[in-house]
Design a binder for this molecule. Structure first.
Ligand code: SF4
Length: 410
């Protein structure tokens, strides 16, 4: 925090002797406002307004006023029109090859109960960390700062690995971007080996890149390439160094032409000024560029943070408006209120043509409250098992279709 801000906060503390809780709220708010480039906090505190109250009471009233104003700001869709963040430089300085890392895990849905509708995704961490600089990224917060860890003996390990019986789909984009390095480290070769050993298991690559040299490889049809998509405003202001929407779509088109099964994740949707129009444009680009049968899945999701990630994002002090949002408790984490999510998801789904809803990809909400399914899609699953079964059937059917087409074209 700049010295001028610290001096101002100290002078306030001397005047009003805030409680520990009030101090925490003020400091957190000051740091949020600086990140949003809406500071300094002095602009938000009106000392003249609470003249009638004295001492601690006056301090309490000032804090109440401040939080009310900032919460109003949080409730409004975030305005990016006057926000021009400095480019977030990659803070990863070198890649290191490791041989010992634990590579298999599971998705971050809560294990107990069914607070979020979970598809039981298993995760494979071939690389930890990423060279992109998305401001909301939890991977950036957790893994080995300053280093990108690449598993050097991945092929050998995957040749020996026995998958658990309930493993039918594996995501590789949970600890990094799956295609940013293409096959530079032999990762795709190694994944192909695993895919060939387990032809019924779907391996999902997830990327925000536009790299396509890997398409020269002959990947098994149970490897599905997916792109995370977002509104151009969010890509431009919050997803530093990633490919533009047009570049991602062009790369996905090339992959489809090569007969690779595809998927898209509209994730994380952000509540910003202009969201309805921009997300509609994203979906129009997808439905204009692809045939519904070329896609295996299309997911919708939004911002969700654990307390630890929130703490890290705040402490980094980077210019970003991503935390200019209502942080409501959701399954032990923090996210938009359900009503905001309902509006974003149902709008996105309503933008798909009817044909896509009937014959298109498998649509789902990623890690969301089960109560959001019905208002979004008009249907829901009674439990996680039913969701997982439907997903598995849909994925495997679509991949079998791609396989059939490939054989016909040989
Ligand atoms: S592309 Fe994915 S892994 Fe990389 S910074 Fe963005 S969210 Fe994180």
């Amino acid at each position: 925090m700049p010295q001028s801000e610290q001096t101002y906060l100290q002078s306030l503390q001397e005047k009003y002797s805030f409680s520990f809780q009030e101090q925490r709220q003020i400091v957190e708010t000051a740091s949020d406002l600086l990140q949003w480039k809406m500071g300094p906090i002095e602009r938000w505190i009106d000392e003249g307004k609470e003249k009638k109250a004295q001492g601690k009471k006056r301090g309490k009233a000032l804090v109440g006023n401040l939080l009310r104003k900032v919460n109003e700001e949080r409730r409004r869709p975030t305005d990016y029109a006057d926000f021009f963040p400095s480019e977030r430089l990659p803070d990863k300085v070198r890649s290191v090859i490791v041989h010992t890392q634990k590579i298999m895990g599971r998705c971050p849905c809560p294990v107990e109960g069914e607070k979020t509708r979970c598809c039981n995704l298993k995760t494979l961490d071939a690389v930890q960390q990423c060279s992109f600089g998305c401001s909301y990224c939890s991977i950036q917060s957790f893994y080995n700062k300053g280093e990108i860890k690449v598993v050097g003996n991945l092929k050998e390990r995957l040749e020996e690995m026995d998958l658990d019986d309930d493993t039918w789909h594996i995501g590789t984009g949970q600890s990094s971007d799956s295609l940013l390095w293409g096959n530079d480290f032999g990762t795709l070769d190694a994944l192909s080996t695993l895919a060939q050993r387990y032809p019924q298991t779907i391996i999902e690559l997830k990327t925000k890149s536009h790299r396509t040299d890997w398409l020269a490889m002959d990947l098994p049809s149970n490897i599905v390439a997916t792109w995370s998509l977002n509104a151009p405003t969010i890509i431009g202001k919050e997803e530093h160094h990633t490919a533009s929407l047009e570049q991602r779509i062009a790369a996905a088109r090339k992959a489809a032409d090569k007969g690779i099964p595809l998927g898209f994740h509209l994730h994380p949707m952000v509540w910003f000024k202009g969201w309805e129009k921009e997300y509609e444009q994203v979906i129009n680009v997808v439905t204009d560029t692809f045939k519904p049968e070329e896609l295996v899945m299309f997911s919708l999701g939004t911002l969700t943070f654990t307390k630890a990630v929130l703490r890290t994002l705040r402490s980094q002090g980077r210019e970003s408006r991503i935390l200019d949002m209502e942080l409501t408790e959701a399954a032990g984490k923090y996210s938009y209120p359900l009503e905001t999510k309902r509006r974003m998801f149902s709008h996105a789904y309503s933008c798909f043509p009817q044909q896509w809803k009937q014959t298109g990809p498998f649509f789902y909400l990623c890690m969301e409250d089960p109560c959001l399914w019905e208002p979004t899609f008009g249907y829901s699953y009674t439990n996680d098992r039913a969701f997982e079964t439907a997903m598995k059937e849909a994925y495997q059917q679509r991949v079998a279709l791609v396989d059939e087409k490939r054989h016909l074209s040989i």
